[in-house]
Design a protein around this ligand. Structure first.
Ligand SMILES: C[S@@+](CC[C@H](N)C(=O)[O-])C[C@H]1O[C@@H](n2cnc3c(N)ncnc32)[C@H](O)[C@@H]1O
Ligand code: SF4
Length: 386
């Protein structure tokens, strides 16, 4: 790399593992603690883990920070500030760093937004999930649609950049009903929307309901019709999909998530957080202890909570590059694949997938999945990686 090349982006993911209640569809590493949480103690442990990671990998300029969860909007602004201070002390926080915090859209949490803004958070991502109160109750959410839209308005007034999440392809949802809900969402949206099809995760209450035949999930045809409607409506509103589930005005993409999808380097800090670190030229996959109190005790005795720390082989890196990169509308650079794998992609397989209309090559030589290929993304990746 020449001196003129900008440093590649480096992201820091911080996981806050607590929620006020557990939503019945969710299998994220999130826990309810009725007895309260010792936030200063957790803040000190987060800072210690940041210091330990910095000692391992050396200096970095941090281009993005993402507070995910769980429910990071349950963190006191002082807890977030302590973590940002640690990041800025052990590394350098770039002056234009994107600093995102995920928030649940209740009024209590919206009241903290100004505090977050004043300590440097410059983007929020709100879990609205639905604009229908009956659906919100069925999803186990603690907020109403009105409260969520008020939180969206507060966020838009305070932050230049904001996004919100909706879950669609829900039991019983028709294309017409989703179109109407999405139109109302787009009318309130800022620059970015994350729109996820409901997935039934193992060992959740929804999985038990589903097994008992009590959740009528959309079949593949309806799922595809809902997806097509989503792509068309968002593009028409100026927020085209840049990733399978993510839509943004051009230039307003989430820079942090792009680090993952573009095979960049990131540190995972906190219970259950995953990282991809480059140490002495080797890309390593890290993961921390998931249980919050066990993680805390580990950090307090060892200085870090990492329980998995594996060097990735060339094949593993190349597979991951495909799996993540082909989620993006921009696709992948096959030359980068060849450099990682030590061999190029198989041209006969590409030709066959092109023939089926599942992938295409662009004028500048990139390979990307087409609209008809996206619902089959896992199979397309498996075929290319074989
Ligand atoms: C960590 S959560 C977001 C933050 C916050 N805790 C909340 O729920 O508002 C990330 C997002 O994943 C999505 N999600 C979680 N479980 C899902 C599932 N089973 N199917 C589809 N989307 C899901 C939701 O849209 C949620 O907002
Ligand atoms: S969806 Fe969000 S609020 Fe609900 S349990 Fe999962 S992380 Fe917590």
């Amino acid at each position: 790399m020449s001196a003129a090349d900008p440093a590649p982006p480096f992201g820091v993911y911080v996981h806050w593992p607590f929620c006020l209640s557990k939503c019945p569809y969710c299998d994220f590493n999130s826990h309810v603690r009725h007895a309260g949480i010792d936030q200063p103690r957790f803040a000190a442990a987060f800072a210690a883990e940041i210091a330990a990671t910095a000692a391992r990998i050396g200096h970095r300029s941090v281009s993005t920070v993402f507070f995910g969860g769980g429910t990071p909007s349950l963190m006191e602004p002082s807890t977030v500030a302590a973590i940002l201070d640690a990041i800025g002390t052990d590394w350098t926080l770039a002056s234009d760093a994107e600093i995102t915090l995920e928030a649940n859209p209740s009024s209590v949490e919206a009241a903290r937004f100004r505090g977050y803004r004043s300590i440097g958070v410059n983007r929020v991502s709100l879990g609205v999930q639905s604009l229908d109160d009956t659906v919100l109750r069925a999803l186990g959410r603690l907020h109403t649609a009105r409260e969520a839209l008020e939180a969206v308005a507060v966020a838009r007034a305070i932050f230049d950049r904001m996004s919100f999440d909706l879950i669609y392809a829900r039991p019983g949802q028709t294309v017409a009903a989703w179109r109407d809900e999405l139109a109302r969402a787009l009318a309130e949206a800022g620059e970015h929307l994350s729109l996820y099809q409901l997935t039934i995760e193992p060992e959740t209450p929804f999985s038990a309901l589903h097994a008992a035949g009590k959740l009528a999930m959309p079949d593949d045809d309806l799922g595809r019709a809902l997806y097509d409607a989503t792509l068309d409506q968002c593009a028409a509103a100026g927020l085209p999909a840049y990733e399978v589930s993510n839509h943004a005005r051009p230039g307003a993409e989430c820079r942090h998530n792009l680090v993952y999808w573009r095979h960049g380097e990131y540190a995972g800090i906190g219970p259950g957080a995953h990282g991809r670190l480059v140490i002495d030229g080797t890309r390593r996959a890290t993961a921390a202890e998931k249980r919050p109190e066990a993680w805390l005790m580990r950090v307090e005795s060892l200085g870090h909570g990492v329980t998995v720390d594996d060097a990735l082989s060339r094949d593993e890196q190349a597979d991951e590059f495909l799996l993540m990169g082909l989620r993006l509308a921009e696709g992948i650079d096959p030359k980068r694949y060849a450099a990682l794998a030590g061999r190029p992609l198989d041209t006969a397989r590409i030709a066959s997938l092109v023939g089926h209309g599942f992938v295409e090559t662009t004028a500048d030589g990139r390979l990307r999945v087409t609209r008809s290929g996206f619902p089959l993304l896992d199979a397309v990746v498996a075929d290319l990686a074989a």
